[in-house]
Design a protein around this ligand. Structure first.
Ligand SMILES: Nc1ncnc2c1ncn2[C@@H]1O[C@H](COP(=O)(O)OP(=O)(O)OP(=O)(O)O)[C@@H](O)[C@H]1O
Ligand SMILES: [Mg+2]
Length: 253
C-alpha cells in the first residue's frame, strides 16, 4: 500500500496531545525540561572579554581602577608590547594577524601596609589590560591559597604549579603573610624562577618592605619572611612600588 504525503494548509502537530503529555511526564520524572521550553530560552551570547574577566574578579575589586602612576605605566608597557600571533614577517602568508596577546614584560612588587590598595591596583591592572583590547590569560591567587591547593590531595598539584608558572599574567597576592617553611620557599622559588627567566609579567603584593626603610627602626623585612633565594628572584625581576596611606577598609565605614 502506498501512502501519499500531502501538504496540509494547516500544519498538524508533530505529536498528539496525549503523547506529548506522556513524554512531558517522563521528562519531568528525569528532571529534564521539555525541549519546547528550552527553545524559548535566549541563545547563550559570547561575553565580551572585559565582562568575562569581571566574573573572575572578586566582587570587592570589580570596579577597581589602576591609578597608581607606576601601575599605570606598567599596564601601558605590557599593552604596548603585546603582539598578535603570526604578526611577524615569517608568518605573513597566514593572513591577517589575530588578537594581540600578552607574552612577555616586566613585573611589579607592590608593597605597603594593609589596606593601602595593593590588591585593588593589581585587579585594576588586569581590567585595564583587558579594556586595552589585549587577550589576557591571567591568574590571581593569594600565596596562602596557592600553597593550600598544592597540598590538596584531590588536585593535580603539578598542573596547579605549572599554571602558576606559565600563565601569561600572574597576580601573586599577599606573599610573606603565611607562616614560612622550606617547602613554601621551594614552591615560590620555582614559580618565580620560571616566570623571571621567561620574562612573564607578574604582579606580587606583600605587606613587607623588600629593603630596610630609613628611619623605620626594627621592622620585619620581606627577606625574613620568604628567604634569600625568593627575595633575590623578586629583586631581579620586579620593580618595587610602595603604596602608602591609611587602611582604606576603615575609611570605607
Ligand atoms: N582607590 C580606592 N578607591 C576605593 N576603594 C579602595 C581604593 N583602594 C582600595 N580600596 C578598597 O579598600 C580596601 C582595601 O584595599 P586592598 O584590599 O586593595 O588593600 P591591600 O593593600 O591589598 O590590603 P592587604 O595588605 O590587607 O591585603 C578594599 O575594600 C578596596 O576595595
Ligand atoms: Mg591585599
Amino acid at each position: 500500500m502506498t501512502r501519499t504525503l500531502t501538504r496540509s494548509a494547516d500544519p498538524q502537530p508533530a505529536i498528539g496531545e496525549r503523547l506529548r503529555a506522556r513524554l512531558d511526564a517522563q521528562l519531568a520524572a528525569r528532571r529534564i525540561a521539555p525541549a519546547r521550553h528550552l527553545s524559548a530560552d535566549p541563545a547563550p551570547q559570547p561575553l565580551p572579554a572585559l565582562e568575562a574577566a569581571q566574573l573572575r574578579i572578586p566582587a570587592d575589586y570589580r570596579d577597581a581602577v589602576a591609578d597608581h602612576p607606576a601601575v599605570v605605566a606598567w599596564v601601558q608597557t605590557i599593552a604596548e608590547s603585546a603582539t598578535a600571533p603570526y604578526a611577524g614577517d615569517r608568518h605573513a602568508q597566514y593572513g591577517q594577524a589575530g588578537r594581540r596577546e600578552i607574552r612577555t614584560g616586566p613585573s611589579l612588587l607592590l608593597w605597603g601596609p594593609t589596606g593601602t590598595g595593593k590588591t585593588r591596583q593589581a585587579f585594576g591592572a588586569i581590567r585595564s589590560l583587558t579594556a586595552a583590547g589585549c587577550a589576557v590569560r591571567w591568574h590571581a591567587v593569594k600565596a596562602a591559597d596557592l600553597y593550600g591547593q598544592l597540598r590538596s590531595q584531590n588536585t593535580d598539584t603539578e598542573a596547579v604549579l605549572r599554571h602558576a608558572m606559565r600563565v601569561p599574567v600572574l597576580v601573586l597576592d599577599d606573599l610573606g603573610a603565611a607562616k614560612w617553611s622550606e617547602w613554601k620557599e621551594e614552591v615560590t622559588f620555582r614559580v618565580l624562577a620560571w616566570r623571571g627567566e621567561h620574562h612573564l609579567p607578574t604582579l606580587v603584593t606583600t605587606n613587607l618592605p623588600p629593603a630596610p626603610q630609613p628611619g623605620a627602626g626594627t621592622q620585619q623585612l620581606l627577606r625574613n619572611a620568604v628567604g634569600d633565594r625568593v627575595l633575590s628572584r623578586l629583586s631581579g625581576m620586579c620593580t618595587a612600588v610602595e603604596l602608602t596611606g591609611p587602611d582604606r577598609r576603615y575609611s570605607h565605614r
